[in-house]
Design a protein around this ligand. Structure first.
Ligand SMILES: Cc1cc2nc3c(=O)[nH]c(=O)nc-3n(C[C@H](O)[C@H](O)[C@H](O)COP(=O)(O)O)c2cc1C
Ligand code: SF4
Length: 495
């Protein structure tokens, strides 16, 4: 299902908050076992959110600690640390875990969460791999440097311009000509990938097996995931979440678009092969007692991509292979993303599949609230049908106690996650548990935070800025000096 029919602005769902006693007796605030030996005190869950607060070398900063401390203050059952890179390569202010030097900083993060949640929150870390995506280039740079002048390109020019001399034209002549050529000529002589590199920025595919490092992905990824998972265990995390969702490497292996011909693409069996091999490698390295979860897509929501049928089948394979939980997301792919501005990189949450990943109040008749629950419900049903008890986590537009309780009551999921609502009010789980639900600061689902993420700016919530004094020395500001860096503090005695 993707956005269909006219757009409507949806009001936030009405909320009736439970008393402290009611919360204590509720499903959402009841414990759950995850894996062989871990128990989370509640089924409340904060899924991974990248806040762009690491150093450019991928190290934990005081701002990263502050971000997780605030979530831990709210004492969710499970908190998942942002997508963290498993390679030791530069990737901007994204956390990394591709070398032992990252472990001490991550250990501090674990200690911070333990302290702020008073040991109540279970802490997992999401680990991921991604392939190269470059910024959209200036045409001068593209034609002057990046474009490879191939015989095929010369041949296209010769045909289009009806002049065989182009077949022998020097490199520089071709570049100069293309820079001033009209759009029709450009679209005619460049192939689809070259045109994409010009209009969107160069982007690798996991089926570009002519590139040696892409061909080698099945050889290297299980080991990289396994080493990263072992570092997570050494840093003290309660578990790892393998990021097999959205626009990244493993989701692309699972995609129906994956046409690799080396046994890792094409049929479902082949597409799931590497994700299963990585899971097995991780399990072998961290042992049976350590929690290993997977986040993946219930539907890619792109033309020709994997759908719920695939996801159900993958879910049963993952469960059978011993994964400890499945967190179901939706969409967030590059294939349908909007064209970025020159100098910016394509962002996978700008197209229809991106909408499905982080739905806003401007929606179709179905609205954004709990929009993705049917995917988790169908996957859970199939897994249970196959005899597995693997917990399933759902997320997407969930921001009230009643929504979460209804999902659990109907058996649509085992844990209910909230990303943006928890960003808006990191204390909200604790407020509900203590009977202060009427003090929850409610997310408006208009995606100011996502806009910051898109520009790789420190992520904050617009609601935090409603009432604060920028001159107050206790308030830390984002690096642009205009926004509050963390949510306002709260304690039960406050109004
Ligand atoms: C700022 C921001 C960063 C995010 N980063 C990640 C991420 O690192 N990994 C991931 O799997 N999902 C990420 N997401 C998606 C959320 O985990 C979640 O699936 C999505 O926001 C829908 O849930 P919600 O409606 O409760 O916000 C991010 C979302 C936001 C708003
Ligand atoms: S910025 Fe908007 S969408 Fe994001 S958490 Fe805050 S209120 Fe919700």
């Amino acid at each position: 299902m993707s956005l269909s029919g006219p757009r409507v602005r949806h009001p936030l769902p009405a909320a009736r908050w439970p008393t402290r006693e009611e919360a204590a007796g509720s499903r959402w605030f009841s414990p759950i076992r995850i894996g062989r030996s871990l128990t989370a005190a509640e089924r409340t869950w904060v899924p991974a959110m990248v806040p762009w607060r690491a150093t450019d070398d991928g190290l934990v900063t005081p701002e990263v600690l502050d971000w997780y401390a605030r979530f831990a203050d709210g004492q969710p059952g499970v908190l998942v640390v942002e997508a963290t890179g498993i390679r030791d390569i530069a990737s901007g202010p994204l956390l990394r875990i591709g070398d032992d030097r990252f472990v001490p900083g991550l250990r501090t993060l674990v200690d911070t969460v333990r302290e702020h949640s008073r040991g109540r929150t279970r802490l997992f870390i999401q680990i991921l791999d991604f392939v190269t995506v470059r910024r959209r280039p200036e045409p001068e740079r593209f034609f002057g440097r990046y474009l490879e002048v191939t015989d095929a390109l010369r041949g296209q020019l010769a045909l289009w311009l009806d002049d065989p001399r182009w077949r022998e034209a020097p490199d520089q002549r071709v570049r100069e000509f293309l820079l001033t050529a009209d759009r029709v000529t450009i679209e005619t002589v460049l192939n689809d990938r070259e045109l994409e590199a010009l209009d969107y920025g160069y982007r690798e595919r996991i089926w570009d097996t002519h590139l040696p490092h892409i061909k080698a992905l099945p050889l290297v990824l299980p080991g990289l995931f396994a080493s990263a998972a072992l570092r997570a265990r050494e840093a003290g995390f309660d578990g790892v979440e393998l990021h097999y969702a959205h626009a990244y490497t493993m989701a692309s292996f699972l995609s129906r678009l994956n046409v690799r011909r080396d046994g890792y693409g094409g049929s479902r069996e082949n597409r799931v092969r590497l994700p299963l091999e990585a899971l097995a490698a991780v399990r072998a390295r961290v042992g049976d007692d350590y929690v290993v979860g997977i986040r993946y897509l219930g539907d890619e929501v792109i033309e020709g991509g994997s759908d719920l049928d695939d996801a159900i089948w993958f879910g049963v394979q993952f469960a059978g292979a011993g994964v400890d939980y499945l967190s179901v997301s939706k969409g967030g792919r590059f294939e349908d993303a909007k064209q970025p501005k020159i100098g910016e990189a394509v962002y996978p949450y700008t197209g229809p599949s991106g909408y499905e990943c982080m739905p806003t109040v401007i929606s179709d008749a179905s609205g954004p609230f709990g929009r993705n629950v049917p995917l988790a419900a169908a996957i859970r049903r199939a897994i249970r049908g196959a005899g597995w008890q693997t917990p399933v986590v759902t997320s997407g537009g969930i921001s009230t106690f009643e929504q979460a309780e209804a999902i659990l009551e109907k058996g649509e999921a085992d844990c209910v996650a909230a990303a943006r609502q928890t960003l808006a009010d990191p204390d909200w789980f604790r407020k509900i548990r203590l009977g202060y639900g009427d003090r929850v600061r409610r997310c408006e689902f208009t995606n100011y935070c996502e806009g910051l993420d898109q520009r790789h700016k420190q992520v904050t919530c617009k609601l935090w800025d409603r009432a604060f004094d920028a001159a107050d020395p206790a308030v830390r500001l984002a690096s642009d000096g205009r926004r509050r860096l963390s949510a306002p503090p709260w304690s039960p005695s406050e109004d």
